[in-house]
Ligand binder design. Structure first.
Ligand SMILES: [Zn+2]
Length: 290
């Protein structure tokens, strides 16, 4: 657990994303939920002992940000309208409860009994939604919830001016491999500019350590590097599948290693990035030519 603002904490050592919370004078506001069931229930019991959890705000639809929502029953979940629409689909992407429980027997035995537990049947998707932005006032804190598409379509930033902190989900990967498997790279670059314009000292990324404004340029450069690489194939009329016949040296585009417990995806990530960006660049090109 890392203090990132006067009353703000982020957990950067869990398996999964960086779930965080703001401690207000009227209870907690959580940002994303711990992915591993045992981490989620331990967190909840520690927090509820002190104060109620008022809101849980999700930054994006990926499982490492939303899978733990079910362990916070009754807590009001806030998310972008398009996150609400895809919540269950994303949650079920990695298989059925039985399959997940089976995998957990080796990956995280302490969590097995909590997976599919009758007390946590409701996946707890967003009930409070917004399109462009939403502001909540909780105790003495202002919680600005902003739609910043990029890494995913529903991507959301939570800006807390009193703390000088913004939580970005995976629009920032701090010094760990950037995932562009479904990104809109141009929206992402635009959102990084909007992040830069916020009056904050600290960004809590989806993965990696909290960082300052200087890293935003580096993050943008990594997105641009990938776009440039794929563009060269599109310009020569080479399909994504043909481009993938040659191995990609990802260190030429992104200098950082794969982050927290994501190593198992190392092999397939380059293919996912190529297919996504190739499709988007081709569409953009065709639109410009039409
Ligand atoms: Zn993500």
């Amino acid at each position: 657990m890392r203090r990132v603002g006067k009353n703000t904490f982020a957990e950067i050592y869990f398996r999964g994303c960086n779930p965080s919370f703001v401690e207000t004078s009227d209870g907690y506001v959580m940002i994303d939920s711990p992915q591993q069931p045992i981490d989620a229930v331990r967190w909840r019991e520690r927090m509820e002992e002190k104060a109620p959890i008022r809101y849980l705000i999700n930054t994006e639809p990926h499982g490492d940000h939303i899978a733990g929502n079910c362990y916070f029953p009754g807590v009001q979940v806030v998310g972008h309208t398009s996150l609400q629409a895809c919540f269950d689909r994303y949650l079920n992407q990695s298989g059925t409860i039985e399959e997940k429980r089976e995998r957990m027997k080796t990956a995280d035995p302490d969590s097995v009994w909590l997976m599919g537990h009758p007390d946590y049947k409701d996946p707890n998707g967003p009930k409070i939604t917004f399109d462009d932005k939403l502001t909540l006032h909780v105790g003495n804190h202002t919680i600005n919830i902003l739609h910043h598409p990029g890494h995913t379509g529903p991507q959301t930033t939570i800006h807390v001016p009193e703390e000088g902190v913004a939580f970005t989900g995976d629009n920032i990967f701090y010094k760990c491999r950037t995932w562009l498997q479904e990104a809109d790279p141009w929206a992402w670059l635009d959102s990084l500019k909007r992040l830069d314009a916020l009056d904050v000292e600290t960004y809590v990324p989806g993965h990696g350590d909290p960082c300052g404004k200087a890293y935003l340029k580096e993050q943008a450069q990594i997105v641009e590097n990938w776009v440039g690489m794929v563009e060269r194939f599109v310009d020569r009329g080479v399909s994504a599948e043909d481009a993938l016949k040659e191995p990609i040296d990802e260190t030429k585009y992104d200098p950082y290693p794969m982050g927290q417990n994501l190593f198992m995806h190392n092999e397939r990530l380059n293919g996912m990035t190529m297919r996504n960006l190739h499709k988007r660049i081709l569409e953009k090109k065709q639109k410009a030519g039409a």
